[in-house]
Design a protein around this ligand. Structure first.
Ligand SMILES: CC(C)(COP(=O)(O)OP(=O)(O)OC[C@H]1O[C@@H](n2cnc3c(N)ncnc32)[C@H](O)[C@@H]1OP(=O)(O)O)[C@@H](O)C(=O)NCCC(=O)NCCS
Length: 146
């Protein structure tokens, strides 16, 4: 799922677990799981079809979507053959609910500017706050009403 989350362009091959875990840009979202505060959901139907998870980072060690030590950053993927069925939206909504339940003030993420998933994130309340290279950092505050 980390490999699936790393590549959004349908024409690009999904990296293997070993490849993605060898790349520190991606490994930091999963290495040492579960750390305190880590939370994730897996969608299953005859095996895993999608996953969404979050973890907090520090000023000293974080990825692109970092906005603060008290704001977890999420990662999400649905296997290519099961996209556009609503699985990602459901995972996102349940993950947001979990973060609110755990008392986090917000969630953040990093998404490539061209990735159509931006529309999905906006539809559940994320707003773009900062552009880093060709990616947007998006944040969803827990206090919003939807
Ligand atoms: C992003 C992702 C998790 C969404 O999961 P999903 O199960 O397909 O999402 P849903 O079916 O709930 O919602 C789909 C909506 O997301 C948006 N969307 C996301 N990816 C899209 C794509 N490649 N093309 C078109 N729309 C896309 C659209 O608004 C779409 O609505 P539609 O199906 O009515 O057109 C999935 O597309 C994925 O794994 N993509 C590859 C990895 C990735 O980009 N991860 C996020 C990195 S920030």
């Amino acid at each position: 799922m980390l490999g699936e989350s790393a590549v959004w362009r349908p024409d690009k091959p999904t990296p293997t677990s070993d490849q993605v875990l060898a790349d520190p840009r991606y490994a930091l979202y999963l290495v040492g799981w579960p750390r305190q505060g880590d939370y994730g959901l897996v969608a299953e139907q005859d095996g895993p079809v999608g996953a969404a998870w979050y973890r907090t980072f520090t000023e000293a060690s974080h990825g692109y979507g970092f906005v603060g030590e008290d704001v977890p950053e999420l990662a999400i993927a649905v296997i290519a053959s099961r996209r556009h069925e609503g699985i990602g939206r459901r995972l996102l909504i349940d993950l947001i609910d979990a973060s609110v339940g755990q008392g986090y003030p917000a969630l953040s993420l990093s998404v490539a500017e061209q990735n159509p998933a931006r529309g999905l994130y906006e539809s559940v309340g994320f707003v773009s706050v900062e552009k880093q290279g060709s990616s947007w950092t998006m944040v969803r505050h827990a206090a919003r009403s939807n």
